[in-house]
Design a protein around this ligand. Structure first.
Ligand SMILES: Nc1ncnc2c1ncn2[C@@H]1O[C@H](COP(=O)(O)OP(=O)(O)OP(=O)(O)O)[C@@H](O)[C@H]1O
Length: 399
């Protein structure tokens, strides 16, 4: 039986207000969203479990107020091991930003999206969708890497892929055609290296956020794929730079081949080879912007999300080491799904809590994580789904 189910069986959920009134009562409880909703009370903003900083010297950084200061655009990227609550934390942060007056976009770059499920509304389709039920400038976007890749692939096939190669061969420009073949342009797009999906997705996001149409958005929250994908994403800009760089080196040759074709076919029928290379150049530029964005501590923060288990803490430690290596700014780690102090009548809960406290202690002592501000987020008694639940979670986590 799942631990969660066991907990539901043994625990006695209480309202937030009763928790605040009886915090010393020796019994088993955990943070009840359902009771709060059922009693039709507004979630109490003051939670029973204070988010604590384990690094006292940077206590002030943990304040949510710091995250809402200023109207210049800031990016928050939430990432971590699969299933730890990245989407819930990202969605609740976006809701809280919007509630605090920031026009906000929450973007999922995880090919296995769950943003729609988290908001309990359809955010698919690859475009910005206004989040219903808040009456605030909050938009969701589930990037559709397959569609983006397909767009690019068909454009390059129409303009500069195999069609161009055939024409060049027929023109006796075999050498350039060979070089085009060597570029494996089609292969790059048909069998992309791991992580290309996300890189394209992020470059698509850059397109959105660069456009003046979207300049009003002051907070962009990314819900990323699990650690492995995200790490590949972080190293991808350099990889892409090398791959596309190879193509770019041939730009001149392609351009001269184009003019040779032009002289035979005339301008109208010229396969627009340069279009394809320009698209690659744009992709490379956007990739460069992503790389710069990752490293700018003024505008970007990566928030690690984890749960209090040894395995998750170890993975978070490795994640932070990799992020540091890539110079990605990190200040906070959210430890999600923490059981509140247990009581004598729930053995399972007290054992589980002790186990979690050991994992929290690991964070304190971990050379990679000890310097981060730790935000402790409680385990709620129901799944976090829909606006009221996200608002509730936001008030608990982001303080
Ligand atoms: N603090 C919490 N208390 C109770 N349930 C939670 C909590 N945080 C997350 N959940 C639930 O756990 C499940 C997984 O959460 P979520 O989708 O946010 O994780 P994720 O890390 O984004 O997952 P994935 O790696 O699959 O994208 C969801 O059903 C969510 O409602």
């Amino acid at each position: 039986m799942a631990a969660y189910t066991l907990l539901r069986r043994f625990a006695k959920p209480q309202t937030i207000s009763s928790l605040l009134l009886h915090t010393t009562t020796p019994r088993c409880y955990f943070t009840s969203f359902s009771t709060s909703i059922n009693s039709k009370t507004t979630p109490t903003p003051t939670p029973p479990f204070q988010a604590r900083s384990l690094a006292s010297q940077v206590d002030s950084v943990s304040l949510f107020n710091e995250m809402i200061v200023g109207n210049e655009r800031k990016y928050y990227m939430l990432g971590g091991k699969g299933g730890v609550g990245k989407t819930s934390c990202a969605a609740s942060l976006a809701v809280k930003f919007a509630n605090n007056g920031h026009p906000t976009i929450v973007v999922s770059t995880d090919p296995a999206h769950s943003l729609s499920d988290s908001f309990d509304q359809d955010l698919t389709g690859g475009t910005l969708v206004p989040i219903q039920g808040l009456n605030l400038p909050l938009f969701g976007l589930e990037i559709n890497p397959e569609k983006t890749k397909e767009d690019f692939r068909s454009a390059s096939q129409e303009n500069g892929g195999a069609g161009v190669k055939d024409i060049m061969n027929s023109m006796g420009l075999g050498m350039v055609a060979e070089q085009l073949g060597e570029l494996k342009l089609g292969e790059l797009l048909d069998t992309p290296p791991p992580g290309l999906d996300e890189a394209i997705a992020i470059s698509k996001v850059m397109q959105f956020v660069d456009s003046p149409e979207y300049s009003k958005f002051t907070r962009i929250v990314f819900d990323t794929a699990p650690t492995g994908h995200t790490l590949r994403l972080l190293s991808l800009p350099d990889f892409m730079d090398a791959s596309i760089g190879k193509i770019m080196k041939l730009k001149k040759k392609i351009a001269s081949a184009t003019s040779a074709i032009k002289s035979v076919f005339g301008k109208e029928q010229t396969p627009p080879v340069e279009d394809a290379t320009n698209k690659l150049e744009q992709l490379r530029e956007r990739m460069g912007k992503v790389r710069d964005l990752f490293r700018d501590s003024e505008t970007m923060e990566f928030v690690i999300v984890t749960i209090p288990t040894v395995m998750a803490v170890r993975e978070s430690s490795r994640l932070h080491a990799s992020l540091k290596k890539e110079n990605v700014p990190v200040q906070r780690v959210i430890v999600n799904q923490i059981l509140p102090p247990s009581a004598t009548d729930c053995k399972f809960c007290s054992i589980k809590r002790k186990d979690q406290m050991r994992a929290l202690d690991m964070i304190r002592k971990d050379p990679e994580l000890a310097s981060l501000v730790v935000i402790e987020a409680p385990l709620f008694d129901v799944e976090i789904r829909g606006i009221p639940a996200l608002q509730f979670m936001g008030d608990m986590v982001w303080k």
